[in-house]
Design a binder for this molecule. Structure first.
Ligand code: FRU
Length: 320
């Protein structure tokens, strides 16, 4: 073989490979697909299990890009590392649900490097992101407050069990609720502890709280897991008798549906998982279409005993 012919083969072969009918499925073209990464705050609690599944299902419909998710297990330092490590592979889009605002460092770097950053559910303090997608936490809390005020006829004492102090939904779920209750001079809010959005932490906190014997008419928890924990503590301490109202946020799990039906929880407000919308936005960004709105709010709904059957029928993918 002459030198000229050998060179020509080297040049022609890869081109011939690209035009074969199987090119789309070949390992080479898969490797060359743009990368969309997702840094999840944690994959342990029910809401995030539904969120991960929704995101994966949506990504499966987009073979034109590579999708990868990693779980930070609730640790901001780990999440910063995950994002920095993702960035070595130059993703086109970074989806991130921050554990808390301390993850801003790696997010800012990713944005400055030219990656489109889509924040999901929790936000950061600064504005180095392309878009945020989630439920409107202030409005969710207002809906919870209006339900409680109506049920208690504008009178009573409410214990508010809080989420993670440095996670943005916590502030909004507190402020929206307090703004509604402030309109009712007969109502008081006791500021409960931050229980990290965790069932067990809320249960232990409630056990200690109940030992003080403070009378309460309602427990408003910043998510359903904590409302369940508080209710379990109440039931252990009061096997009989009238219970206060118990109200949470999320509406993503079968257990909550069952507890609303049986009257163990009085209401919850849906916190829609943003994964499917995030994948849709990412796919558009890859086509060159940046989102028109920076803050993309997903609709939410209050769920009570009256509406729980219809909600469950319309949402078959709840966590078991
Ligand atoms: C899950 C969770 C949800 C809550 C959201 C707030 O980690 O605690 O229950 O709605 O995060 O960011």
């Amino acid at each position: 073989m002459t030198m000229k012919l050998a060179l020509a083969l080297v040049v022609i072969l890869p081109i011939a490979g690209c035009s074969s009918p199987d090119a789309e499925n070949s390992p080479i073209s898969k490797k060359n697909r743009p990368l969309v990464v997702f840094s999840q705050a944690n994959s342990q609690d029910p809401w995030r299990k539904v969120f991960d599944a929704d995101t994966q299902a949506a990504a499966d419909k987009h073979p034109e890009f590579e999708y990868e998710m990693r779980d930070a297990a609730g640790d901001p330092a780990k999440q910063n590392d995950i994002i920095d490590t993702f960035m070595i592979r130059k993703p086109k889009v970074l989806l991130v649900s921050p554990t808390e605002t301390a993850v801003e460092g790696s997010i800012n770097k990713a944005f400055d490097a030219g990656t489109s950053v889509i924040l999901l559910d929790r936000a950061i303090e600064g504005n180095k992101f392309t878009a945020w997608i989630g439920g409107d936490n202030y409005d969710i809390a207002k809906q919870a407050g209006e339900f409680v005020a109506k049920k208690l006829n504008g009178k009573g004492i409410i214990l508010m069990i809080q989420g993670i102090a440095a996670a943005t939904p916590t502030k909004d779920r507190r402020n929206g609720f307090m703004d509604v209750i402030a309109k009712h001079p007969g109502m008081t809010i006791l500021q409960g502890n931050d229980c990290g959005y965790q069932r067990q932490a809320a249960r232990s906190y409630m056990e200690t709280f109940l030992q003080k014997g403070t009378a309460i008419d309602c427990v408003y928890a910043h998510n359903d897991e904590m409302a369940i924990g508080a209710r379990l503590a109440w039931d252990a301490a009061h096997p009989t008798g009238k219970a206060p109202l118990f109200v949470g946020v999320d509406a993503c799990q079968q257990e909550v549906i069952d507890m609303i039906k049986s009257g163990k929880l009085d209401a919850t407000v849906q916190y829609p998982t943003p994964g499917a919308k995030a994948i849709e936005v990412a796919a558009e960004i890859l086509k060159g279409n940046l989102p028109k709105e920076k803050m993309i709010k997903l609709p939410t709904v209050l769920i009570t005993k009256e509406t729980v059957e219809a909600y469950a029928a319309a949402n078959p993918n709840l966590a078991k």
